[in-house]
Each structure stands twice: as C-alpha cells, then as structure tokens.
Design a protein around this ligand. Sequence first.
Ligand code: EPZ
Length: 422
Amino acid sequence: MEKVEKIRIYRNKSQPLKGKVKISGAKNAVLPAIAASLLTKEKIKLTNIPLVKDVFTILTLMKELGADYGLKRNSLSIQTKNITSDEASYELVSAMRASILVLGPLLARSGKAAVALPGGCAIGSRPIDLHIHALEKLGATISLEHGYIKAEAEELRGTEIEFEKKTVGGTENSLMAASLAQGETVLKNCALEPEVSNLCQLLVKMGAKIDGIGRETIRVRGVEELGGATHEIIPDRIEAGTFLVAGALSNGDIQLTNVNPQHLETVIERLRYSGAKIEVKNKSLRVVGSPKIKSQDITTSPYPGFPTDMQAQFIVLMTQASGTSIITETIFDRRFSHVNELLRLGANIEVRGDKAIVRGKTPLSGAEIIATDLRASASLILAGLIASGETIINEVEHLDRGYEKIEEKLSSLGACIERIKE
Ligand code: EPZ
C-alpha cells in the first residue's frame, strides 16, 4: 500500500513560537500572472514566486497550451510563442479551480477556449456565471458542452460590464480579455484585492492601457498586442496572516519579513483587538502574543474587509479567547469544514447557517484529524500547535497547494512539527 504523507505536531508544554520567518510570494497573485503570459508571444519573467502545488499545476496546464517555461528557485520565465491547444482539461481544472483564469487570456489571444467546468469544492459550489456573463458582454459566444465551457470570439469588443457581486477571478479574467479587445471596456464593481492590482500592474508593464487600478471602476483601452515584461509577485497576505495568528495563539514573538502590512490592515486591527501587540514596519511585521486573548465577532467580506481566507485561522484563535465569538462567513456558502475537526480537538463551536459560534477558552488536546481545503488545513496546524500531546493531520496535499515549506518555517520558530509517511 502506498505510503501517505501526514503532518505530525507534538506539544508537551507551552511552546511560544519565537523567531523570524520570511513570507513567500502570493499564490493568488502568481496564478493570474502566469495566465496573463498567454496574452503575448513574448517572454514574461516573474520573481518572488511561491513554490507551491498550485503553481506546478498551472504550469502543467500552460505547457499543455503551448508554453515553455524555466523555473529557477523563486523566479519563473515563461513564454507562449504559439498556442498549441486551447483546452484546459477536466483533470487539471478539478485539481485547481483557478485554471478558469486561462479562459479570458486564451479567448483574447486565439479567439477560442475550452475549459472544463470547475466542480464544486470543499468551500461551496463556486459557480463561474459572472466570468461567463462578462466575456459574453465582450462578444464571446459561450456554450456548455460535455462539461466544458466552450468559448469563441472572432473579435472581443470593449463594452461596459458591472459585476453583480465582487468576484476576484471574474475581475481578473475580464481585465485580461479586455486588454486585447477593440475599444474601451469599463469594469464596474471590481474586486479590490491586492492580487487584482498586482495583475493590473503586470498588464500595464506588458503594454495594456488600464486606469483605475485598485478602484471599483477600472477602464481598459484595448491594444493590438501586448509585449514581454518582468514583474515581482506581491507577498502572500494570507500566509502572513496565518503566521500572525500563530504568534498571537502561542503567546509568541514572531517577526515576519517580506510582507506588505497595508494588505493586512483589517487582520492587524482584529488581532490587536484580541490583545496581540503588532509592530508595523515598511516591509516587516512583529507580533507579540498576549496570555489573555479577547473574544470578538468577525464577519468576512471582500477586500479591504476581513478576508474569508483568514476565517478558519481566526476561529482557532477564538477557541482560546475567554468568551463567545460569532464568526460570520459571507463569501462562501460552506466554509466551515474545519469546525468538525476542531471539535475533535476539544473546541466548543456550533455552526448555524453562515455563523460559527465559538465559546472559549477551551484547552485543546491532540488527535488524528483530516484537512479538507487549503485554509482549513492551515487552521488545523495552528490548533495542533497549541493542543496538548500529538496531532496527526491527514490529506496534507491541501496544505501544499498554498503554503511553501510551512513545517520548516514553523520548526524554525520552535514548533515540534514534521512531515511523516505512513
Ligand atoms: C479567489 O477565489 C481566491 N482564489 C480565493 O482564495 C478567495 O477565497 C476568493 O477569491 C475570495 O476572496 C484565487 O485567487 C486563486 P470569487 P475566486 O470569484 O476568484 C461567487 C484560497 O484559499 N461567484 O471572488 O474563485 C463565489 O461562489 C482561495 O487561496 C459567483 O457566484 O473567488 C463566491 O461566493 C480559496 N459567480 C464569491 O462569488 C462567479 O462567477 C467570491 O468568489 C464567481 C464567483
């Protein structure tokens, strides 16, 4: 029987995490940036790349589409001289929903695309109707055949698109398609996430004409063609937030380098409210935990609100707060799969619809648990760091999708954590 990888965390006494950790580049910025390289025949160089599973997945997809690439440590050089296929297979899309991000660029570059309809995943149904509506408004003919989104467009024409709700991927797909459309496109109610702005900055370096970067209304004047560029991927604000919670949770003292504190304002504000001390410097943050953690209510919302990708991690912190905290998840319809696993460690959490009612402070004790999605797996690691005894986390492939060397980073801060094969 093939051995499976697990993560084992052991804690026999209180072990505050102390030391310095370098945050990696943002997974959710590098994926659209790699997709954007389809928009030109020229070479795109990306630095500060996180070496995470999703990057290797999208590079596999890019190769299938005709791209050549070279990866040297955390720098990527990628070029698609010719599109040799316009199909993103079900196998790759089901491995990573973000594969849908090649739809817009493929359509703009070669006039047609076939992308497998992404299935649901552990955090809800995750439709792509807003992507399709936007691309149809740009002139694409889109149909659903045998589980594939088939899109064709002789020519994309600029238009006005208003998203009925904020969508990071929908905004990104539309920006990429509009960059090569005829005429001007006005995108309204755009997602404001820093990863969207980082994509816009890359597109502008490639020659796109974009006004309103970082705002809800973005104007894109289409150009004939786009060229090569070199671009740095922004630091991963969710990885940084995860380590800030680790410091607050373990009454530790951690310095984070290679971060952009402006991307974490709401998370910093909530952590300070919980009692943690956070020092902000230009590209670094320092978190000093407090033995007393205050409970608080949190509602996730689109950027700059409290990020849904930090909800699971924050729930773990609130299990150690004295009092009741109500965590409301407004972005995804089923993003509490980590709760059942936390209950097995001794947490007191009740899920009612879009709310998780956390009653603390509850001591946690280690057990064997299962990760279900990327950020849930991070929350289980955080729980294991403070649970007494041994915690074994199964299905760590979810974790590897978005965190680069997390157990090495945590070990360097004093955690007893290792990857085992059983
Ligand atoms: C991006 O997903 C991120 N992924 C997610 O991070 C993040 O949680 C999410 O944005 C929200 O911030 C990447 O950037 C690769 P959305 P995305 O379109 O683009 C609904 C992680 O852990 N919706 O902003 O898929 C959707 O169901 C991942 O790194 C539609 O209804 O998210 C959700 O309820 C998890 N129709 C809401 O909008 C659509 O066409 C926000 O989704 C598209 C989305």
